[in-house]
Design a protein around this ligand. Sequence first.
Ligand SMILES: [Zn+2]
Length: 415
Amino acid sequence: MVIRFITFAVFLLATVAGWSQKPYKHCGADMVQQQFRRKNTHFDEAFFSSTEKARSSVKRSTEVCTVQVVVHILEGPLDDFISNAQVQQEINRLNFAFSHQNPDTNDIRSVFDGITGESANIHFVLANVDPEGNPSNGILRIETDLLGFGEVSSILSEAVKETAFGGSDPWDVSRYLNIWVCNTADASGAPIVAGYATPPPNLPNWPDFDPSELIDGVVVQTEFFGSQISQAQKVLIHEVGHYFGLRHIWGDDIDCFGNDGIDDTPAMADNSAFECPVQNTCIDNIFGQDLPDMFENYMDYSFPDCQVSFTNEQASFMSWVIANARPNLCFGSTVGVQKPSAFNFTIQPNPARSQLYIETQKNIKYSIWDVSGKCHLTGEGIQPVVDLNSLPAGVYLLKCTYNNQSSAQRFVRIP
Ligand SMILES: [Zn+2]
């Protein structure tokens, strides 16, 4: 896929002049979907039938779930320094937004009084223990020589999430919300996205994409994390909304039929294009009312200062997602205390010329990635022999998956 820097880039440049001169894509959710669409020709069919199912499936959880957050900060030579206080400030912003306690909720137009005001019952804390039980402040700082973790030829680079590629391996994704802060710049120096996130698999309002395609968590471009500029402070909230299963409120479709699978979000013919337009582009019926376009919603692409709220059903849905799709994420949950045992395999020879032997007794799936995050080969089997003849010489990562556990090793292909 060719990444297009569409209108949002222009708006960002126009409205936040002086803060950044680089073009960005507002959010990578469509790229996450595109990544899946390449692999599944039934994507659109599955997507539209699944959005319908979401409407009847939500049951609200009333318990507050405390989510432990680990922030991986990739500090490149040209990146702004982000202090621990700035990290805590982002956590505070999440807590205000997800409990509807942010001061700017006063800015919501009164027409939306009936569909806003409820808390998602999600509370965020920086993790104070790591997965092995050692004390931590929940902030990892990784110095890198890389100017950016993006890559032009692939949709999204996942290199930032893997130590072997110069990034930082996630903490147990079932028990921690992993946030990576980095420069998403590609080889040309242009950041690809302001942020992107992985919703849980198999949600009723999202396509049934394979979660092993992407490492679970949230990625945020450095300038959008801990910023003192108000327009840069909504990206993490929006992306964590995706992480808990929310879709864009206009349904990612340029007509009135786009559907985010949530009952009380007003229908919109398109996103608000980085503005706060007072308009009603679609007729809808939300508890008996035809509501206008809701530029106040965190899941719109409106001017960030206007984004001040989730709707009650969005809050309910996230609460439902926690209970049903991310049950081990609530700190203190008894479900997720056991750690999956490590899954190991060996490879030989290394370096390898034309064939690589993967030694394991398990029926594994494998994939081979280059250092830019591009996947070259995939396959599966017990003790598979991989034909390397199509690979250019270089350093690669072999990732093997068995029974939802993954493990990776580096190898070198020689000519
Ligand atoms: Zn988005």
